[in-house]
Design a protein around this ligand. Sequence first.
Ligand SMILES: *[C@@H]1O[C@H](CO)[C@@H](O)[C@H](O)[C@H]1NC(C)=O
Ligand SMILES: *[C@@H]1O[C@H](CO)[C@@H](O)[C@H](O)[C@H]1NC(C)=O
Ligand SMILES: *[C@@H]1O[C@H](CO)[C@@H](O)[C@H](O)[C@H]1NC(C)=O
Ligand SMILES: *[C@@H]1O[C@H](CO)[C@@H](O)[C@H](O)[C@H]1NC(C)=O
Ligand SMILES: *[C@@H]1O[C@H](CO)[C@@H](O)[C@H](O)[C@H]1NC(C)=O
Ligand SMILES: [Ca+2]
Ligand SMILES: [Zn+2]
Length: 610
Amino acid sequence: MASFNFNKLLSFVLIAFYASPALAAPRPLHGPLHAEHLTHHVQHVGRGLEVKAFYPTSTFQTFGEGIDQPMPEGFTNSSTPPSLNDSAIAFMQSQLGFDAAQVSYRVGVSREDGDFAYVNQYHDGVPFANAVANIAWKDGKVVAFGSSFVPINSTSNIADSKPTLDVNSVISTAERALDGEFNSQPPTLEYLVNEDGSVALTHVFQVQNETAGTWYEAYVCAHTGKLLSVTDFVAHASYTVLPIHKETFPEGEEILTDPQDTVASPYGWHSTNGKTISTTTTGNNVEAHVGNAVSGQTSAGDNFNVNYDATQDPSVTSNKKAAINNAFYVINTVHDFTYRYGFTEKTFNFQTYNFGKGGKGNDRVLMSVQDSSGLDNANFATPPDGQSGKCRMYIWDYTTPRRDGTMENDIPVHEMTHGVTNRMTGGGTGRCLQTTVARGLGEGWSDAMADWVSQKSATVPDFVLGTWVTNNPAGIRAYPYSTNANVNPLRYSSAAGVTEVHKIGEVWANMLHNVYAALVAARGFSATALTNPNTSEGNVVFLHIFLDSLLLQPCNPTFVSARAAWIQADKNRYNGANKCTLYRAFASRGLGVNAKDDFVDNFDVPAECA
Ligand SMILES: *[C@@H]1O[C@H](CO)[C@@H](O)[C@H](O)[C@H]1NC(C)=O
Ligand SMILES: *[C@@H]1O[C@H](CO)[C@@H](O)[C@H](O)[C@H]1NC(C)=O
Ligand SMILES: *[C@@H]1O[C@H](CO)[C@@H](O)[C@H](O)[C@H]1NC(C)=O
Ligand SMILES: *[C@@H]1O[C@H](CO)[C@@H](O)[C@H](O)[C@H]1NC(C)=O
Ligand SMILES: *[C@@H]1O[C@H](CO)[C@@H](O)[C@H](O)[C@H]1NC(C)=O
Ligand SMILES: [Ca+2]
Ligand SMILES: [Zn+2]
């Protein structure tokens, strides 16, 4: 703390540290509180430092049928189609006037529902960390475009591209500030856009603290040595409860034989090379462990059959094994069904070996069951594609004996979904669900996925998260997710001014619950949705649009841009067949077609849907 200056002009610097809430930054005068939550995230890091990080607003447009763009230079109508790389640069050039030296193609994905490119802004050969853009095409036409690029010209206040300070000279400062250690990921040099439009040159590197469970990416000014911003790779969760009466451990452990989906996991769940098979809970998608123990094996071969005994503490050996096995099963299952719906190697999923199908490997999920760093919670850290996601599952101590969060499937499903949404938004960097609102949406998707996997028929019951671990039928959220507005009164406006990300997430998850119910009412329910994404029932359509929209939406989406991405995803995959169903459901909870980023309810639907 002492190594940083207290800066009085807080609203003009990227980040502010202060020792106590009494010294809090003044509210900006230019807008209501919620405006900040779309562009900032305030967090406590290291030993009580408060960091206010700035993320530029992303513009986002969707174009329905799509708009034309000029052919890139050197291509004619008769030549082979241009690459995503060339098309993306030509689009940025023609629409926005950025020249080729200012735009660099980072990664692209081609699928049946469209082509997607993610590009970075450059200056003097140095990439911008927080000026990014994403473009989507369908049948050769541009259908969506999100951008936080900033115009750079002779009057711009941009730092010199040659660092004054060597990266090695600034690492220790960030380590002290963030109370962790630099890890072995190679540092990068990147530009960072400040709130006032000026642009700093920064050394970017990761600082981790295994004991504390923290994992940051630090942005340190390469000219002054100041810590300017952080990316927080950990999606924290917190489960608040009002215990009413005790429930029994949900009946229903079953012996499943070969549950792996070999389309999604060609070598099964216990091999990374198709040759050697582990007899532990380690494989291509997940490594599940308690402390140093990875084996939940109970007899020779891949037999992992031990019942969880809720009358005993989670710490007894048999319960540890049961929990490791359930964690391994749940995370592999989420890997497999999200794979079917498009969370694959090339869209930045978590696998050790990628079968030559694109993306970066060596990043299976590390699942720490009964992790000793916490209680009554769970979290998931999502570093960039190519580095393992790390999930920590905790024991809950609301009851005697205590209960293991891993034995309530909605918790690991919620956590793994953080990995899905953080990787699929913005092209695999783990950097694009960082504003308070975008993190809130992240919590919402995670609850919505737990809701989705719990559905068993066309009857859509209310969904309550976290009932068993808390021994409370009301669970851990304020209201059940429900189509009944008397049961769940949340509207878009309920998120106005809210800073707690799970509370923001509740608004989004309830909207998605209503979208889900509307799609199932319109199209029915498929009992094979986990392994067959090719049918047209409502639950299948819901999950396709859910995952497709993640690739389309901009970095740090808002409610409005996330909803726009759902509408465009439906257009791309289903030619808009569900447009009115989607609009009506979103509008019923205040996110109508004319809603703005101001958290004012709007109940309008397009004229053709009225
Ligand atoms: C390509 O085709 C479009 C539409 O058919 C036409 O307007 C355009 O002039 C053509 N461009 C070239 C370079 O041939
Ligand atoms: C994009 O194209 C440029 C020019 O052809 C090339 O130098 C660059 O390597 C390409 N980038 C990627 C990521 O393919
Ligand atoms: C330079 O860019 C700034 C925004 O960064 C803009 O306000 C200004 O009008 C631009 N000036 C010129 C000469 O293009
Ligand atoms: C990690 O955090 C703990 C506090 O939780 C602290 O005591 C320890 O020094 C930190 N480790 C490093 C390497 O900074
Ligand atoms: C779904 O369709 C894809 C593409 O046509 C095909 O590869 C896959 O086998 C199908 N899956 C099922 C379960 O029918
Ligand atoms: Ca990967
Ligand atoms: Zn969460």
